[in-house]
Design a protein around this ligand. Structure first.
Ligand code: B12
Length: 281
């Protein structure tokens, strides 16, 4: 069943109309898919690491399907690498995102993949829910910005990669990706997490030399001392100017323009840079 689901997800992304656009042949390349057991103890620890509002898979599933509806199951985490065409366009930019990057933010629709997977699970007699795509998904903005279901933290449990200096998530296919996930009552074999810690794919944490994302940020929101200034970054990608930019480009205002300059034109853009480093040794 695991192989069937992974093959079907890949085929959907590579062939379905949702991924074909006038502004770019495709938005997403072949996805990476990994599985975590819903009982993995890290999910509980995220209440301390992220915030008490962050849900465990059981809590999220039961929020949707009712009390005591969940016994055992899995979390399927999917990374959708952004297409080379869109990355290339953004690589050239220095102040604002490229037109293609902005339109990808508006029309890329990564959660269409989650809806497809849920339909597939339903056809096989199982249930599925994608917390990031529900009415109750929330992002809290107090002294920090965090949500009740953080896709990067889920992807980390499943073994898809690690965080970076700019707090983006680096998979084997790089940092320029979108992440989604689905919780299901289907028990699947979990994948092994091989990274040493939650920062080990980032070149900066090897020897402190790489600070490419710091230099790429057009508003100086990233520093080695503090990582990313989330509120500054939010203003750049989703503030009033960013909304107006999206509208003037034929995009959706509330999607913002995005930015992604720190995800393109950097050594981790389309690859886990540690793999390149190891191949030189
Ligand atoms: C809020 C939000 C933002 C905020 C805050 C980002 C942040 N750092 O959390 C702002 C506005 C800054 C932002 C910006 C962008 N975002 Co955003 N955002 C989100 C959102 C909605 C929630 C994120 C969240 O809950 N964060 C939780 C907090 C706690 O995370 P954190 O502070 O970074 O976590 C740190 C600690 O947990 C710490 N830590 C300490 N101890 C330990 C121990 C362990 C074991 C672990 C695991 C971690 C850990 O490590 C982390 C990193 O330092 C998600 C969607 C989702 N549902 O997940 C998208 C999401 C994270 N964004 C995404 C994207 C693409 C972007 C932009 C590129 C915008 C764009 N589209 O052009 C920029 C890139 C900024 C960047 N450098 O990462 C992608 C991530 C892609 C990727 N490869 O990283 C997501 C997943 C959306 C998606 N569905 O694809 N975003």
């Amino acid at each position: 069943m695991k192989d069937f689901l992974i093959k079907s997800i890949k085929e959907f992304v590579l062939t379905d109309e949702f991924n074909k656009h006038e502004f770019s042949d495709i938005c997403f390349e072949e996805p990476l898919v990994k599985i975590a057991s819903a009982e993995n103890p890290l999910f509980e620890k995220y209440k301390n690491i992220i915030g008490k509002e962050h849900l465990t898979p059981k809590e999220a599933y039961e929020k949707e399907f009712g009390e005591n509806s969940f016994n055992k199951g899995s979390v399927i985490s999917i990374s959708l690498p952004i297409s080379e065409e869109i990355i290339k366009s953004n690589r050239k930019e220095k102040a604002i995102p490229s037109l293609k990057w902005t339109l990808m933010r508006s029309y890329g629709a990564p959660y269409k993949v989650a809806s497809y997977l849920i339909d597939l699970l339903n056809k096989k007699g199982f249930k599925g829910i994608s917390p990031g795509n529900t009415k109750w998904f929330t992002t809290y903005q107090n002294t920090d910005l965090y949500s009740n279901w953080s896709e990067r933290h889920i992807a980390y449990v499943a073994g898809l990669g690690t965080f970076s200096l700019n707090q983006g998530f680096i998979t084997e296919k790089g940092i320029a990706n979108r992440l989604i996930s689905v919780i299901t009552d289907l028990e699947l074999e979990s994948d092994e997490r091989t990274s040493k810690n939650h920062l080990s794919n980032c070149l900066y944490f090897v020897d402190g030399k790489c600070q490419s994302c710091v230099k790429r940020c057009p508003i100086n929101a990233i520093s080695p001392e503090n990582g990313i200034d989330k509120l500054k970054c939010h203003e750049q990608g989703y503030g009033e100017d960013a909304m107006n930019l999206a509208i003037s480009r034929g995009g959706i205002g509330e999607s913002g323009s995005g930015c992604g300059l720190c995800q393109t034109g950097v050594p981790c853009e389309r690859i886990n840079p540690l793999l390149r480093l190891k191949s030189k040794v």
